[in-house]
Design a protein around this ligand. Sequence first.
Ligand SMILES: Cc1cc2nc3c(=O)[nH]c(=O)nc-3n(C[C@H](O)[C@H](O)[C@H](O)COP(=O)(O)OP(=O)(O)OC[C@H]3O[C@@H](n4cnc5c(N)ncnc54)[C@H](O)[C@@H]3O)c2cc1C
Length: 447
Amino acid sequence: MNSRRIGIVGGGAAGFFAALACAETQNGAEIFILEKTAQFLSKVKISGGGRCNVTHACFDEREFATRFPRGERALIAPFRQFQARDTVAWFAARGVKLKTESDGRMFPATDSSQTIIDCLLGAARTAGVKLMLNCGVENVIKKPHGRFELTLAGNISSSPPPKEERAGMRRPLKSNPPAPTLSPPGRGWGEESVNGKIVCDRLLLATGGCRTPARGQLAISLGHTLEPPVPSLFTFHIGTPWLRELAGISMESVEASVPGAGLCERGALLVTHWGLSGPVILRLSAWGARKLHGMNYSFPLCVNWLPDLNAEQLASEFQSRRHSQPARQIVNSPVPPLPARLWEQLVLASGISREMRWSVLSRAARHRLVQQLRRTEFPVNGKSLNQDEFVTCGGVRLSEVNFKNMESRICPGLFFAGELLDIDGITGGFNFQAAWTTGWIAGRAMA
Ligand SMILES: Cc1cc2nc3c(=O)[nH]c(=O)nc-3n(C[C@H](O)[C@H](O)[C@H](O)COP(=O)(O)OP(=O)(O)OC[C@H]3O[C@@H](n4cnc5c(N)ncnc54)[C@H](O)[C@@H]3O)c2cc1C
């Protein structure tokens, strides 16, 4: 058998980057990507609302790593090897220009995730990577001579997949999944696969986030430990009727906190039909993924709507309004930048009547209004996955992996990359960067 046969399980961002880094480092290695569904790079396709937020315009490794609630320390050294700047250059060298939005997120200039898919698939074909769809790996055994024997689901067919499948476009079939296919039809490959088993010298597991522990089974069977998976990047359900009436309203900068969990974040907030969303909520959900799961997603959330003003500044503003606009109804005179409808609801929620004017605002009512603006408390009672991006907190324990080369410290010859690891970032392109970086390092090391 060829001594440089490299098996990559998982045809996502990390698997493709690993395959390409490997192929480009060692010409002649036999590299194959085994993908269990009928589509490569399916998450890339739907990512960033179909635009694919490829990375983030932050070019300091340490600062970049601070955006990872899990994995910050482990990722600093890998980012020194391959960081966002390298991702930009990598895609540019293959004809894909990235553009930066005002908040730092980077997208393909075409605003289409298909550009990224076409680039990765094209590069893989050019590099001679064998791309295999409908090839789920069910089981892995480490053989005494150090190689890995993979058991595939179903029977291998040596017919090449239809063109559109290879282009990563076809939706997975719901019933009767087709027999595994390979591309190109493998002289040598067929000889190496007996009864749905194939053997390789180096193995990369890049199977993505394990939302259920079963998804981490291959790693566990090779001696690894899985940090229990829980969701990250979700939005909060809040039943407060007046809040629901405000669906669609957004604020550029609020401070949101979960006092019971010691969490506090500042950023943009969006009121939805079911509660609250937006970057500040997603960040709270990421940093608090485990704690909020432990609270069964039932906890009080506090919002400071005007975090740039302290209590004294607000009180003196209201006091001055008593003199400057005494006859004006309080509900009709919002403090900028609060939208009028939100201000109205906050005034009413603080117990001030719709008719009350500034001239008659008592000291006690003024105090209640200040409190309301600085600390509106909402009872959160559930969560929804964010449609634009979500990831799994948990995965292969980081201390069991050598981050210099992404090799297992437990099972030599085994490598890890991407979301399968206990690594996850906040929204903004950080999760793909972790996949590109760990995939690139693992690919070079396997070569
Ligand atoms: C809706 C959505 C939008 C997102 N948008 C963004 C974004 O814009 N920017 C960003 O940075 N992050 C985004 N993310 C997160 C990002 O997609 C992931 O972090 C990233 O895809 C992880 O890459 P991966 O290669 O590790 O895993 P995946 O992309 O999940 O790929 C793993 C692959 O392995 C395959 N597989 C699993 N088990 C087996 C098996 N046993 N045998 C064979 N194949 C197997 C899976 O089918 C899958 O194709 C988004 C996530 C979601 C859900």
